[in-house]
Design a protein around this ligand. Structure first.
Ligand SMILES: Cc1cc2nc3c(=O)[nH]c(=O)nc-3n(C[C@H](O)[C@H](O)[C@H](O)COP(=O)(O)OP(=O)(O)OC[C@H]3O[C@@H](n4cnc5c(N)ncnc54)[C@H](O)[C@@H]3O)c2cc1C
Length: 427
């Protein structure tokens, strides 16, 4: 049987101990079968177990193998599109529900960490940094919009104030979200998986689902076993491939890259980010960074449309890192890795049902650390028969990518190039 380990990364190298789970063998039956052990799948499983459901999670590789175990670790609230865009796409009732949920993900993560005693280096505070005055104006608008939905913990930072949280000349200001923050992402999902098992949930690793047989009692097949369930949750996101063509047709896996420097001397680390907040800039192709618990700079950015693995990640990311922090010219990069997220045309998540008993959530296109935790909660609510909040997400329109399978990559790259060009010119 093929064995797929975690990819090499700083996170894999500093992961908490976690057991290898046996692959699925034979015939099984459960209430809910979840496909994929990233945040979406594990978070859904945990909410269901807390309400007395029997749950089996099937994971193709290891818990946290996908984006959940590789990401920048930034707890960034809200969605990848502004709430006023959402307001135009759905009715006022759904917009209100979505607006109210915009900062719920960070709360769910903190609750999980506390309730289950998860060691994942949780730190509070996230900054959106503006590289020009247009972006700063936009942050001001966003703050007003979020306040309309009751989110009033945000603080605008002028040029002097942002220098107090990050030692770079690059920004003209920003916005601090005290309910944002950062975590060791792989340790978060490993801790949540342990919580799933502590409540009687079953997780099988090295168990790629190869077929989902739809029907009154759907059957989920792997190479050596099958699970019959009342409900199925599809949580494979950018790693799902063509298992369910209806889902892959309207999304596109994209790669994004992260590096971890060598541990920085304590004074240098403190001078870069004195409050230990995480930072993401407001560009279309953004830089995002933070310090790890052992004072490495974890710096991410860049996008590879179509999710090909880039040949030399360090040479892609180092120029961006040095643009923000020229003082790190001599710093050594200890780890560099890539991971896939799922892009949708609207940049909003796709949530829905296939038939009456197969539920899915995919494609949050960024901000996924928080969104996937909200998704887990609303998927579990829908399975429990309370679908109001699930329906609010399901009301967001799904669009196929222009150019179909063959041309979606070049078409999207052209669109991104246009936005990058606008960022450079400060439009
Ligand atoms: C490099 C990188 C940096 C990022 N940084 C941030 C950040 O700082 N902040 C933020 O908010 N978001 C970030 N994101 C996005 C965020 O990580 C994702 O949105 C989120 O982790 C998605 O979680 P998921 O559970 O939906 O998918 P994943 O974590 O990708 O999990 C899907 C799982 O499903 C499994 N699977 C797929 N197909 C099958 C199958 N057929 N059978 C069984 N199992 C299957 C996969 O093996 C995988 O483990 C980043 C993403 C990447 C790639």
């Amino acid at each position: 049987m093929k064995h797929t380990p975690h990819p090499d990364s700083y996170y894999a190298a500093s992961a908490n101990a976690s057991p290898e789970r046996p692959a699925l063998v034979g015939v099984h039956e459960t209430d809910v079968c979840v496909i994929g052990a990233g945040y979406t799948g594990i978070s859904t499983a945990l909410f269901l177990l807390e309400h007395g459901f029997r749950v089996t999670v099937l994971e193709a590789a290891r818990v946290g193998f996908g984006a959940s175990g590789r990401n920048g670790g930034q707890i960034v609230n809200s969605y990848s599109r502004d709430l006023d865009v959402i307001e135009k796409q759905v009715g006022p009732k759904q917009a209100r529900l979505l607006g109210e949920m915009a900062f719920e993900g960070g709360r769910i993560i903190r609750d999980r960490v506390q309730r289950y005693g998860i060691h994942c280096d949780l730190k509070d505070g996230g900054v959106f940094a503006a590289v020009n005055s247009r972006q700063l104006d936009h942050l001001e608008q966003q703050k007003k919009l979020w306040e309309r939905y009751g989110h009033d913990q945000l603080e605008l930072l002028d040029e002097q104030a942002i220098r107090g949280v990050v030692d770079t000349q690059r920004y003209v200001g920003g916005m601090l979200d005290r309910s944002g923050g950062h975590i060791h992402p792989l340790n978060l999902v490993l801790g949540e998986a342990a919580a799933v098992e502590s409540l009687g949930g079953v997780i099988h690793e090295q168990s790629a689902v190869i077929r989902v047989q739809q029907g009154a009692a759907p059957v989920v097949h792997t190479e050596h076993g099958r699970v019959t369930a009342r409900f199925v949750v599809v949580a494979g996101n950018a790693y799902l491939g063509d298992l369910l063509p209806a889902l892959s047709a309207k999304s596109m896996p994209c790669g994004t890259q992260v590096v971890a420097t060598e541990p920085l001397p304590p004074d240098l680390a403190h001078s870069l980010l004195p409050q230990d907040y995480c930072v993401e800039d407001c560009n279309y192709l953004l830089d995002y960074y933070r310090l790890s618990a052992d004072k490495r700079l974890i710096f991410g950015g860049g996008v590879v449309y179509g999710a090909r693995d880039p040949a030399n990640i360090e040479s892609m990311i180092r120029p961006n890192l040095l643009r923000a922090f020229p003082q790190l010219n001599e710093v050594k990069i200890d780890y560099a890795w890539t991971g896939n997220f799922l892009l949708t045309l609207s940049r909003l998540p796709q949530v829905g049902r296939l038939g009456s008993n197969i539920f899915y959530s995919q494609g949050c296109s960024g901000h996924g650390v928080t969104y996937t935790h909200v998704a887990g909660k609303v998927l579990a609510e829908a399975i429990r028969g309370q679908a109001e909040r699930f329906d609010a997400f399901a009301a967001l329109p799904h669009y196929p990518f222009p150019g179909g399978r063959l041309f979606r990559v070049p078409f999207t790259a052209m669109g991104a190039w246009y936005y990058q060009f606008r960022d450079r010119l400060g439009w």
